[in-house]
Write a protein that binds this ligand. Structure first.
Ligand SMILES: C[S@@+](CC[C@H](N)C(=O)[O-])C[C@H]1O[C@@H](n2cnc3c(N)ncnc32)[C@H](O)[C@@H]1O
Length: 332
């Protein structure tokens, strides 16, 4: 049992020495800033990374098991089907660095396909979930050094304890779709710096498709995606002394054709006042809080974005129904 695996902090080597309670305080302060400023602006919004506390990460895992949620199923099948081919391109990588690693379940397929991998560095904001996933991975792959980093992958400037040598990045679950195009480009530029010369990057990207398939993936009949979304408000209540009545807000998912993205909102079902810390926010009936985007890309659209961030497209694999894509990029 690899019980010594506890996450370090991604932001800076200095922060890594901070005790866990100080890290939690910093994360709560960041959440408070985001919520207070996000509820004060119009349109109201709270960044999607705050959907992922321990409860949110567990609910996301439930989403991945839904029949309607094709991304996990199809990406897993792509890794299974093309793992050996991917490995041919990237064998020689000593370290695998995963951004927004979540449960790391799909990652095992990649680890098994790669020869000579020595180190796995999963990065995630959801600290407890990350620690559990890292332990599970270490148990499953006894020869592999597992070095989790907790923190915001947009802010990571260094990979603590990462060995020298070739690095392969992995960004699964179409998490890159949660970023705006500008944020995605900035992320890719920073990832190039973290992965270093000779680095390669495998990215799972959701494809544009019929709304009959797309919409149920973000608003399922069982209400799991709704529960995940509403956890944002429940988290405000837990951590920021909020008094949101989560039964008076409704999850809403719609497709913005012009932007090519799913947009997620929490809609107020009545005129109401809500208290967060010492502030009062007044909601009109029908007023919404934006919590998440999920951008969809055609293969050429994503390759153009990657190229603009100096990553060279090597190969893109898709499933027979063109639901999801896996892109392999190399530093130009
Ligand atoms: C859509 S889930 C995907 C999880 C996993 N990669 C998968 O494919 O099942 C997004 C993951 O990224 C993490 N995450 C979201 N924003 C983040 C950020 N800014 N920095 C670090 N992790 C983040 C979440 O905690 C969550 O585990």
């Amino acid at each position: 049992m690899a019980s010594d695996i506890s996450p370090s902090v991604a932001e800076s080597p200095k922060a890594a020495s901070a005790p866990k309670s100080a890290r939690r305080e910093a994360e709560t302060a960041a959440f408070a800033d985001a919520v207070l400023s996000g509820l004060a602006r119009r349109p109201r919004s709270i960044p999607s990374r705050f959907l992922y506390d321990a409860v949110g990460s567990a609910l996301f895992e439930d989403i991945t098991r839904l029949e309607a949620y094709y991304p996990t199923r199809v990406e897993t099948a792509l890794l299974d089907r093309f793992g050996a081919e991917i490995a041919q391109h990237v064998n020689g990588a000593d370290s695998l660095v995963e951004f927004g690693s979540g449960s790391s379940r799909k990652t095992s397929l990649l680890i098994e396909a790669l020869d000579g991998l020595e180190t796995y560095i999963p990065i995630d904001v959801s600290e407890e979930f990350l620690a559990e996933a890292a332990e599970r991975l270490a148990d499953k792959h006894p020869g592999l050094a597992v070095k989790p980093l907790v923190g915001d992958f947009m802010q990571a400037r260094t990979l603590l304890d990462a060995p020298r040598g070739q690095k392969l990045g992995f960004f699964s679950g179409s998490t890159i779709g949660n970023l705006s195009h500008d944020e995605a480009k900035a992320f890719l530029v920073n990832a190039a710096h973290l992965l270093g010369p000779g680095g390669a990057f495998l990215i799972g990207v959701d494809l544009k498709k019929s709304l009959d398939i797309l919409l149920p993936a973000y608003d399922d009949d069982e209400g799991v995606t709704a529960a995940f979304s509403l956890n944002m408000l429940a988290r405000v209540n837990r951590e920021l002394d909020g008094n949101f009545d989560t039964t008076r807000f409704a999850h809403q998912a719609l497709y913005n054709e012009r932007e090519g993205r799913i947009e997620i909102y929490l809609e107020s079902l009545a005129a109401q006042k809500v208290q967060v810390l010492d502030r009062t926010f007044v909601f009109a009936e029908g007023e919404r809080i934006h919590t998440e985007n999920s951008h969809k890309y055609s293969v050429p659209e994503f390759q153009a974005l990657a190229s603009a961030a100096r990553w060279q497209p090597v190969e893109a694999w898709t499933d027979d129904e063109d639901l999801f894509s896996l892109h392999l990029l190399r530093l130009a």
